[in-house]
Design a protein around this ligand. Sequence first.
Ligand code: ZN
Length: 117
Amino acid sequence: MLFINSRIRRWMMASTEVQKLNREIEELSRNLESAKERLNVIQRSCFHKWGPIRYDPIVVEAHTLPGDKPGTHGVDWQGPVYVSRKETPRWTRQCEICDLVQITDKTEERKVVKPRF
Ligand SMILES: [Zn+2]
């Protein structure tokens, strides 16, 4: 009987703690959404003072795909495949006023005009 009572007491305490944590999570979620919205309003109305452009490529290092285990897949068996390193160009810049970060993989070519003598 004493054993059951202590289990029930522990369950009730855990249940209260769970309810308290759920309420806390709900409140934090609401605060998070509210903060994101307020930040969004500031960032949309900012005139942006962009900091330096940073080259920030997406890099997938060279690796080897293991392939099929020997003795499996019959004629379709595929051995290990080497995949070379891949770098996808990408750049980021951050506003020094509102911290907005812009990311792009787009580039433009500029015609350079210089004097010729
Ligand atoms: Zn800004």
